[in-house]
Design a binder for this molecule. Structure first.
Ligand code: HEM
Length: 469
């Protein structure tokens, strides 16, 4: 007997069923600790190698922290732009940041975030920044003697702390105007630096049980209390002082209104001011340190930045110049931010089920897009590890590349609100330095990036400041 096959049945049985989801590869390592030892030894070397070995999507489990790492610009676009509503800023890092910034812009969500963003964003519009420009320029000039003293030693110096001090001074002046004494600025610097670095340490310690000792926690609380006391005092003074507008950011914050004409409470002003410091100080200081490192190791670029500064500001040095007439200096800055983005990871938390490049991402998954790796991805960048400011001009501006390929200021609606301020500060500082000095790297000092909360040079950078005239 011949069995005739029912063509309809055959067709059904040959149709493929639902495609089974591939498993996300998991980075291997020690039990429980995972690859933590490798990450501590050579973090960025490990992350670049892990992408080569496991692909653009892999799981990283370290102690109690589990995350899916994303490395391709396409995936960064997916999380920060295309499916942004499905990924929130929550999880242990943001909980720790909240201890510093309360409900400030960088950690809030939903309606609170929207209202605050509408209030804070106008502070950074071009016309407002023009008012802050003068404050920044004066603050940078006041810091130049620090560098001149370092130059007189004739030997390589640790440049990072000098640039950090300069950035802190500029941030304090931009935020508070000229009303805060230098001694107070000196006190703020170490507290702010400690708070920023401890946030990450506290994140790593967050899976520990409540009763477990957390080294450094007390010092952290004390630093926050001191910063809090200062901010509360300044905000109260400003409210008492009334309508006079000295052109600084805190005056704009206290005066800003939402759509219903409501002003911020004292607590909101405090939280947003702390946010501007937390988000704006160390990021800018570190990026400037990296820019100085690249200039000190690339003499031709150093010379071009010096010539441009002479043209824009007059060869005499000092004084204000047009920070927008500095295309090559801008390219050095953009290329620095590509190679060494201070915010090298932008963690998010999936609040809906999703799929990335065919891999399932269930709600409740922590994802970690890595700007550091994406900005060196060999599929989109030629000679990705090379410092080459000319590539910025060649690509008609690095900022016009497809989104996600260059994203040191984040992506999407919650991108960095202070980026134009950072760009302005960078042009001012780099030009003022290049007018006066040639930066020359200490050949005996090895500079390596280390992935802490921000991207820092392990053991800093050591540079000789050679007077140009
Ligand atoms: C080179 C310097 C800077 C870099 C590389 C940088 C980078 C970033 C990045 C990547 C984000 C997004 C974080 C995320 O996706 O979770 C961000 C957000 C933010 N940045 Fe910056 N930043 C810099 C300077 C500044 C400055 C100078 C300020 C202000 C004084 C500032 C204020 C903020 C704020 C308030 C947010 C949160 C924005 C929001 O959620 O709506 N940043 N920054």
């Amino acid at each position: 007997m011949t069995i005739r096959r029912d063509p309809a049945m055959t067709a059904r049985s040959e149709q493929p069923g639902p495609r089974p989801h591939p498993r996300i590869p998991r980075a291997t390592g020690l039990p429980w600790l995972g690859p933590l030892p490798q990450l501590l030894r050579d973090g960025f070397g490990y992350l670049l190698e892990a992408r080569r070995r496991y692909g653009d999507v892999y799981r990283l489990d370290i102690g109690g922290l589990r995350t899916v790492v994303l490395n391709h610009p396409r995936q960064l676009r997916h999380v920060h732009l295309d499916r942004a509503a499905a990924y929130h800023r929550q999880g242990p890092l943001f909980e720790q940041m909240r201890r510093v910034t309360g409900n400030g812009l960088a950690v809030s969500q939903g309606e609170i975030w929207r209202t605050q963003r509408r209030r804070v964003q106008p502070l950074f519009h071009h016309d407002r920044l023009a008012a802050v420009h003068r404050l920044l320029d004066t603050a940078a000039d006041e810091q130049m003697p620090l560098f001149e003293r370092a130059a007189r030693t004739g030997t390589p110096v640790a440049l990072g702390p000098l640039l950090a001090r300069t950035t802190m001074k500029m941030t304090v002046r931009a935020v508070f105007g000229s009303g805060i004494p230098d001694a107070t600025v000196d006190r703020i610097c170490p507290d702010m630096e400690y708070a920023v670095s401890y946030v990450v340490l506290a994140t790593l310690m967050s899976p520990l049980p409540r009763w477990a000792p957390r080294p450094g926690d007390r010092r952290f609380e004390q630093a926050i209390q001191r910063l809090d006391a200062l901010l509360t005092q300044v905000v109260a003074e400003r409210r008492r002082a009334g309508e006079r507008d000295p052109g600084d950011l805190i005056a704009m914050l206290t005066a800003s209104e939402d759509d219903a004409g409501e002003r911020m409470t004292a607590r909101q002003v405090r939280d947003e001011t702390m946010t501007l410091f937390l988000a704006g100080y160390e990021t800018t200081a570190l990026a400037l340190t990296w820019a100085a490192h690249f200039l000190s190791t690339h003499p031709a670029s150093m010379a071009r930045v010096g010539e441009e500064a002479d043209l824009a500001g007059g060869a005499g040095g000092g004084g204000a110049f047009d920070a927008h007439r500095l295309p090559y200096t801008g390219a050095v800055w953009d290329e620095t931010l590509r190679l060494t983005p201070p915010i090298w990871w932008n963690p998010r938390w999936a609040v809906e089920d999703d799929e990335i490049d065919g891999y399932p991402i269930p709600a409740g998954t922590a994802v970690t897009p890595l700007a550091f790796v994406a900005q060196r991805h060999p599929e989109v960048w030629e000679r990705p590890h090379r410092f080459d400011p000319d590539r910025v001009a060649a690509a008609r501006g690095i900022r016009r590349r497809p989104q996600g390929e260059w994203m040191p200021f984040g992506l999407g609606r919650d991108h960095c609100v202070g980026r134009e301020l950072a760009n302005l500060e960078a042009r001012i500082v780099l030009s003022k330095l290049a007018q006066r000095f040639r930066l020359v790297a200490d050949p005996a000092h090895r500079v390596r990036p280390v992935p802490l909360g921000t991207l820092r040079p392990r053991h800093g950078i050591r540079v000789r400041l050679e007077p140009r005239r």
